[in-house]
Design a protein around this ligand. Structure first.
Ligand code: DX5
Ligand code: ZN
Length: 270
């Protein structure tokens, strides 16, 4: 149930309850409030740390219990890597797996679509229960407006990703106006595989974005762990994807908490 509060004139406030709202209504309400705060010109920082273990490094044969384990250890989001074997030379999971996992968890499913035709997948991911839908700018130059509109209409949160070689300016149009994305994912490795080495050169894009958009969710993905988090957090990243460093650790919960502490510290001092 949603309580809708409408301010009419100066002193009149109408409230009404919407019982069992359809996901599209929830999505629009959420995205409209989020958009306002992301595009605020205020310099006061409002971003919070989101630690997102990449389920690509989990035991796929036990996905539901792996997801639960990560949530219990403090994960904010679960990062789901969708690869089509075309945009990247690897093939992973699709909407049916998201749909199955959704039956076992209420967690925010942060879906990263490394696919050539993201528009073809919006409907299926919406129905499957994806929370965030992040597409790549390299394959969306001609249809990103339609993509964002459809993602929002399915109740998901739109994000845009860019590969290490893609200039940051390419995402600027997607961050302006009403029909905009709500997160930028700066790839810190070439997309396609877990366990690669973090590319520090990509940090200039994070710094530029943070300077321009103080309240934007900026996600980094690839090679993040205890030895690289300080660099990413200092540059301004607040959403941290980590696969091998979390799943390969003897105490994954300690890594999650270390990542969060670094982001929070950098946000306070930055
Ligand atoms: C790579 C994926 C990443 C990957 C990160 O294309 O987008 O999400 O799982 O894995 P690590 O943290 O091991 O580099
Ligand atoms: Zn990813």
């Amino acid at each position: 149930m949603i309580k809708l509060v409408v301010v009419v004139g100066r002193n009149r406030i109408l409230t009404t309850n919407i019982i069992n709202p359809p996901p599209t209504v929830v999505g629009c309400l959420l995205t409209s409030t989020q958009s306002q705060y992301h595009h605020s010109t205020s310099k006061s920082k409002m971003v919070s740390a989101k630690i997102a273990p990449s389920m690509l490094s989990s035991d796929f044969a036990n996905l539901a219990s792996e997801a639960q384990r990560m949530v219990n250890l403090g994960a904010d989001w679960l990062h789901m890597d969708i690869m089509d074997g075309h945009f990247v030379p690897n093939l992973t999971i699709g909407a049916p797996v998201i749909e199955s996992l959704r039956k076992h968890t209420k967690a925010y499913l942060d879906c990263h679509l490394m696919v050539t035709n993201p528009l073809d997948y919006v409907d299926a991911f919406g129905k499957a229960g994806a929370s965030g839908f992040t597409f790549h700018v390299e394959v969306s130059k001609d249809n990103w407006q339609e993509l964002v509109k459809q993602i929002k209409s399915k109740g998901m949160r739109p994000g845009v990703a860019l590969k290490p070689g893609t200039p940051v300016e390419e995402v600027y149009p997607l961050l302006e106006g009403e029909n905009c994305v709500e997160m930028v994912l700066v790839m810190t490795v070439e997309p396609g595989f877990g366990g690669q080495k973090f590319m520090p050169d990509t940090m200039s894009k994070v710094r530029t974005l943070r300077e321009k958009y103080p309240n934007l969710d900026i996600e980094v993905d690839g090679g993040l762990g205890p030895s690289t988090i300080e660099t990413a957090a200092a540059a301004g990243a607040n959403c941290i994807v980590a696969g091998s460093s979390v799943f390969g650790a003897p105490e994954p919960g300690q890594v999650i908490s270390l990542l969060r502490t670094s982001v929070n510290k950098a946000q306070k001092t930055g």
